[in-house]
Design a protein around this ligand. Structure first.
Ligand SMILES: [Zn+2]
Length: 248
């Protein structure tokens, strides 16, 4: 058992999808992982997420995992790296190497005009798929390939050796992928009212979830709050969820 000042939790920072922030202002899908009150990881930094960090966390975490290069997951990265470096702070950015390559070449192209190398702005961490990455001595992540229109990676997070939280990232319905995520007792999945080749729909996810009653599952990526699912458990910006192992 961990005492309250070391318990693991996540904070929901946003649930927006591709166009949500641009057209409506609500923040894009993102969470922060916390150990006690300390934020140890920001997962995705799309449109609107920096303001959500300031609102709900009071800070931008030192380490950022970027699941993929879509704007609702990565758009604010170049601005934040430049602004924080200007304040003498170097963030850590983690991504699967294929995602990292796209981010460096395209998303972060605007940093070239500074004449400074990327190493002047951040410490880059390659996090290959299926390899354990230690975020802290206690918390580690293993990335998994999602089913999406471009390379995108969810993860299973481990508290010491125990799976504690899975995050699906953007993905179409994929039982094989979900099977890997559902080793964790707590799961966050992308879903929306109407799915397509790269995003799951509520009904298909609900069917999978119904067959796995031992897992606690939250839905993100649905868009604005009024687009949240009625018959599932959506998360909303500002929600704080304490993570526990399966009830015995
Ligand atoms: Zn995407």
């Amino acid at each position: 058992m961990h005492s309250q000042d070391t318990e693991l939790s996540f904070v929901c920072l946003g649930t927006g999808r591709g166009a949500t922030t641009v057209y409506s202002g609500e923040p894009s899908s993102a969470i922060a992982l916390r150990v006690g009150t300390r934020c140890v990881l920001l997962v995705d930094i799309g449109f609107g997420v920096v303001r959500a960090c300031r609102q709900w966390l009071g800070e931008i975490p030192d380490t950022i995992l970027v699941t993929h290069n879509h704007s609702d997951h990565a758009a604010e990265l170049p601005v934040v790296l430049a602004a924080e470096a200007g304040a003498s702070r170097r963030l850590r950015v983690a991504a699967e190497p294929r995602v990292g390559s796209v981010l460096k070449q395209h998303r972060l192209h605007e940093l070239n005009s500074t004449g400074e190398p990327l190493t002047a702005f951040c410490d880059w961490i390659d996090t290959p798929v299926d390899e354990r990455w230690s975020v802290t001595p206690r918390l580690s992540l293993r990335l998994l390939r999602a089913r999406h229109s471009e390379p995108c990676f969810g993860f299973v997070a481990y508290d010491d050796a125990q799976p504690i939280l899975a995050y699906g990232g953007d993905s179409a319905v994929d039982p094989g992928y979900y099977d890997q995520l559902f080793v964790a007792p707590n799961v966050i999945l992308d879903a929306r009212a109407t799915g397509n080749d790269e995003h799951a729909d509520f009904d298909a996810v609900a069917d999978y979830v119904a067959a796995h009653p031992a897992n606690r599952v939250w839905i993100t990526g649905y868009g604005r709050p009024d687009q949240a699912p009625q018959d599932m458990t959506p998360i909303f910006p500002g929600d704080v969820v304490t993570l526990s192992q399966r009830a015995s």
